[in-house]
Design a binder for this molecule. Sequence first.
Ligand code: CMP
Length: 149
Amino acid sequence: MATQRTFAMLKPGVLQRRIVGEILSRFEQKGLNIVALKVMSIPALVATTHYAEHKGKSFYDDLIAYIISGPVVAMAIEGDDAIQLVRRMCGPTAVCESLPGTIRGDYCVHTNHNIIHSSDSPESAARELKLFFHPNEIVPWVDGNAHWY
Ligand code: CMP
């Protein structure tokens, strides 16, 4: 078990649905530390850089149009095995495979609007955190209760 830092992003529509707090609560209650958080509109260049691996796929153009269509909530989350843990809390990319209890399983029905993104590996986490945050926007903090979670 290692402490990791991962990137997650609530996609367009989540602010409008007013469920940002509910979703953030899940990460807090789990015992993960939110160490950066901001509402932002994603510049097109950041969107295409972020999703570069999907360029050429059938859903790519719609994905880019969607992700720049409204404000998102970008965050950095820290904790033991945070990368895999956050991925599991989000549920699989395909919404029909996301079980109730996961974020995608509870809040969406369309895979192309699957409401949250999270990094899938340490390399992706490092790249995505660098793309979305200036180093001084990330504020690690020590949770005195951490051993109880
Ligand atoms: P995300 O985790 O942000 O990474 C890529 C995104 O592409 C994915 O979530 C979905 O929102 C979107 N997407 C749409 N269709 C597909 C698909 N068939 N396979 C994978 N990702 C898809």
